[in-house]
Design a protein around this ligand. Structure first.
Ligand code: C2E
Ligand code: MG
Ligand code: MG
Ligand code: MG
Length: 281
């Protein structure tokens, strides 16, 4: 991590990190069997109608001892080990089951948005597995948005393009996550059936102060609209950011200004308290 052309003596801190990383990997193998994963939900807002258009599904790992691990820590490990494939399938199934469970309680969630990793999309049977999960749970494809990243679009393009076209024609919406942080290849965008671009929160953070970030965001919105896509701003935390973005015709918003990610029961309670959100039968 210190970069090339340098050396460092072995330290007990390094040892601790290696041991901790290894422990986490071992524990991650057991996490599915032990039912240690939980879904958190964060609404994505349509500001003009003050309605929730979707909720992003964000994975959490509750380890023994009740420690809640954020995905930034364990998703890279899961990707490295290939565990992301069964974990990702679990996330999609659990998300579909949650939609059905809410529906039985009279709560119509318009749609859920699920993150995909390259390893998952790369498996041969990915589309088949997804169809199986829909069948098992009785959820329609148009209730789900699948999020991919720019780097996934750049990799093995024909295979990825084929799968995304299949998924799109089944009714799934496709979103590009963290847009602008990867190797954004504009030419790639037109080859894929993309419904939404999600502007990464690093651009949104300083949008009111940094002219360059503002220019990038304005350009992304214009390009997306020109290509018939809609735009979500991620990480919206202040009314000033919201005002700026809405003046620039951003379509949807996600961030702490509206809601933090919450477990299913909490999110339903905060939705029940306000009447402006998903329709309750
Ligand atoms: P992401 O998909 O870009 O998700 C948005 C992240 O921004 C979430 O972090 C969310 O909690 C955080 N966030 C939302 N609003 C705000 C805000 O106003 N301010 C700030 N500072 N942060 C905000 P989280 O939940 O820690 O997830 C991190 C990443 O882990 C996600 O980034 C996604 O790439 C990945 N991830 C999460 N769940 C899954 C999953 O089920 N499968 C896969 N493959 N990746 C996942
Ligand atoms: Mg995401
Ligand atoms: Mg994102
Ligand atoms: Mg992000």
């Amino acid at each position: 991590q210190a970069g090339r052309n340098s050396y460092q003596f072995f330290s007990s801190e390094m040892n601790r990190l290696v041991v901790e990383g290894h422990r986490m990997k071992v524990a991650l193998h057991e996490a599915l069997n032990r039912h240690e994963f939980e879904l958190y939900f964060q609404p994505i807002m349509d500001h003009s109608s003050q309605r929730i258009v979707s909720m992003e599904v964000l994975l959490r790992w509750r380890r023994a001892g009740n420690e809640l691990v954020s995905p930034g820590k364990f998703i890279p490990l899961a990707e490295e080990s290939g565990l992301i494939i069964p974990i990702g399938a679990w996330v999609l199934r659990a998300a579909c089951q949650q939609i059905e469970s809410w529906r039985r309680q009279g709560i119509e969630v318009p749609r859920l948005t699920v993150n995909l990793s390259m390893k998952q999309l790369g498996t041969k049977q990915f589309v088949h597995d997804v169809i199986t999960i829909l069948r098992e749970t009785g959820v329609r494809a148009d209730c789900i948005t699948l999020e991919v990243t720019e780097s996934m679009l750049a990799e093995n393009t024909t295979d990825v393009a084929q799968k995304l076209h299949q998924l799109s024609s089944l009714g799934f919406h496709i979103a590009v996550d963290d847009f602008g942080t990867g190797y954004s290849c504009m030419a790639l965008l037109k080859n894929y059936p993309i419904d939404l671009l999600k502007i990464d929160q690093t651009f949104v953070r300083n949008i009111c102060a940094d002219k360059n970030d503002a220019a990038i965001v304005i350009a992304i919105i214009a390009m997306a609209h020109g290509l018939g896509m809609r735009v979500v701003a991620e990480g919206v935390e202040t009314p000033e950011q919201l005002d700026f973005l809405s003046e620039k015709n951003c379509d949807f918003y996600q961030g702490y200004l509206f809601y933090k990610p919450q477990p299913a029961s909490d999110i339903v309670n905060s939705l029940r308290r306000s009447d402006v959100f998903v329709s309750l039968r």
